[in-house]
Design a protein around this ligand. Structure first.
Ligand SMILES: C[S@@+](CC[C@H](N)C(=O)[O-])C[C@H]1O[C@@H](n2cnc3c(N)ncnc32)[C@H](O)[C@@H]1O
Length: 217
């Protein structure tokens, strides 16, 4: 398919030798995503390749630890999404948005400010037989939102103010994160801790397997 080829080419311009392959992250039911091949080249990148990766963070080629936890949570608690209008903030590969659609949401808006992430989400939605509305700018999303979900978007502490922005926009917000474990925001209460691992495995520090889930509203 032309869209898959174009994303593959985009990936290979940044990491030569890498490719997209269908993977089923554990715990996400039958959700299948096009992700970076599990045996991706892990050797030292030359300075030019490092520059390209820094300029083009390829978040969408991974299914992040928190994304898997949040997708599982929605599949296990369909009443949170059934018949509701849901926005997935920082959708990446689309894993949480796809789980929300599968769990019966009336409409799911997949939002990411990286056009490649939106292209990957569109491909993955089709692959999983669900329809999503794509959105490149959170502030451009119109209409009432019942629930906002956000997984592994707090990797940069500069993103913490988004907790207020998301809370102001929807009746309920679910945030899962593997990086920031200590946010004490009065509107958010902890729902639990879950063990998870980014797919494909980035061989990261074990602390990033400890995913925290929070709910506001
Ligand atoms: C680490 S990835 C997580 C992707 C996915 N939620 C998952 O768990 O697999 C973070 C994503 O947030 C997106 N992002 C970061 N800041 C954003 C913003 N201001 N608006 C929309 N998306 C944003 C990035 O482009 C990236 O795709």
């Amino acid at each position: 398919m032309a869209q898959t080829r174009s994303l593959q080419q985009r990936l290979q311009r940044i990491i030569p030798g890498a490719r997209l392959e269908p993977l089923r992250p554990p715990g996400c039911g039958a959700v299948e995503l096009l992700l970076l091949n599990a045996d991706y080249p892990q050797g030292a990148l030359d300075p030019e390749q490092v520059r390209r990766v820094m300029d083009n963070p390829l978040y969408w080629v991974f299914c992040w630890a928190a994304g898997q936890v949040l997708a599982r949570y929605l599949l296990d608690h369909p009443r949170l999404v059934a018949g509701r209008r849901v926005l997935d903030f920082g959708c990446g590969s689309g894993v949480v948005a796809i789980a929300a659609a599968r769990a019966g949401a009336a409409e799911v808006i997949a939002c990411d400010n990286d056009p490649d992430a939106l292209a990957a989400t569109a491909l993955n939605a089709r692959r999983n037989g669900v329809e999503l509305t794509l959105c490149g700018d959170f502030h451009a999303a119109r209409g009432e939102l019942d629930l906002i979900v956000a997984a592994d978007v707090l990797y940069d502490r500069a993103n913490l103010p988004w907790l207020d922005t998301l809370r102001a926009r929807a009746a309920q917000v679910l945030v899962a994160d593997s990086r920031v474990k200590d946010f004490a925001h009065p509107a958010y209460r902890p729902l639990g801790r879950f063990d998870s691992c980014t797919v494909p495995d980035l061989d990261e520090s074990p602390e990033f397997r400890d995913v925290r889930l929070y709910r506001a509203g």
